[in-house]
Design a protein around this ligand. Sequence first.
Ligand code: SAM
Length: 345
Amino acid sequence: MSDPDPSAARPPRRPRYGGSNPRRFEQKYKEHDGGRYPETVAKVIASGKTPAGTHLPIMMEECLAALGLREGSIGVDATLGYGGHAAGILKRITGSGKLLGMDLDPLEMPKTLARLRALGFGENTFEALRCNYAGLAKVLAERAIDGVDFVFADLGCSSMQLDDPARGFSFKFAGPLDMRMNPNRGLSAADWLAKVTTAKLETALHEHADEPQAAELALALAGRRFANTMALTTAVRTCLSGRAEEGVELTIRRVFQAVRIAVNEEFTALDGLLRVLPDCLKPGGRTVFLTFHSGEDRRVKKAFQAGWRDGVYSSISEEVVTASPQERHLNSRSSSAKLRWAIKA
Ligand SMILES: C[S@@+](CC[C@H](N)C(=O)[O-])C[C@H]1O[C@@H](n2cnc3c(N)ncnc32)[C@H](O)[C@@H]1O
C-alpha cells in the first residue's frame, strides 16, 4: 500500500457539529441519505418523527382505496411532494397506467423525480410537471387527455418544506421569513408583511386560520419588516404578553399558517382546482382530497356538496375519514388530516 499523495484532491468533508446527536436540519445527513442508513430512518419514524428531508405519506391505504385504482388507470397527483402517495399509486396502475405529478416546488421536484425514476417508473408511466394545480384543465388539454380516472390532492406543505429552516415555513426554527413553495415567484412572507394593510392582515388571520385575536395582531404586525422567522415570533409574543404560554404558541402557529396561505395564494389555487375538477374527470372518475385545517376542508366539502346537488358527482363522502390512532402516534402531522372523496356522475 502506498502513502496517500498529499497534493491529491480530497473529497469534501461533511460539516462537523459539536454534540453527539445532530440537532440541526442540515446536520442530519443519515436521515437525508435514508437509502444508505435505513436503520437510522426506521428509528426516527418509530420515535414519531419524520426523517429530515423526507415526508411520510398520510392515510396511504385509505387514499389508495378511495381512488379506486386499477391496472391501466390514468390520473393526476396534483401535489407530488416527496412522491410517497405517487409511488403507491404507480404500483397499483402498472402496465398501461399513467400518472401526471404536479408540484410548485422547484427545489424538491427534481429530487422526487429522481427517486421515482430510481424506483423504476419511466417516462411512459410517470411525468412530473412543475406547475400550479389550478392549471389542471390546461395541462390535460395540452396532452389531448379528455378526462382522467382519478385526481388526488394532499394539500398544504410537505415536511421537507416545513422542516428546512432555510425555507422559513416554521416558527420552530430560525431562518429567513420566506414561506414560498416556489421561491422564484411572488413576495416572500417578509415582503408580504411589510406591504400588507391592517385590514387585509386581519382578514387573512381570520379566514386562513380562524385566529380569535386577529384584529389585535393585525394592528401590531401589518406593515412591519421582520428580519427572520424569530423576529415575527417575538413580535407575536410581545403583542400577546401576559397571556398563557400554551395559547400564545397556538396563536404563533396560526399566524404562520395564515401568512403562508396568503403568500402562496393557496385558497385561490384550491378554488381554481375545485372549479375545473369535474370537467377533468371521466364519468365514474374519482377524486380524493386530504385537508389539514378548516379553511381547506370547508372549501372541499362545499364544492363536493354543490357538485352532488347539481348531479355533477354521483356520490360523495358523507363523513370525513381520519387517520388511525396508530398513524397519529407515529406521525403527528396526520392528526389534523381529513380525507374526502367524490365520484364523477
Ligand atoms: C403535503 S405535500 C404532498 C406530499 C405527497 N402527497 C407525498 O406523499 O410526498 C403538498 C405538496 O403540494 C405542493 N403544492 C401546494 N400548493 C400547490 C399548488 N397550488 N400547485 C401544485 N403544487 C402545490 C407543495 O409544494 C407540496 O410539495
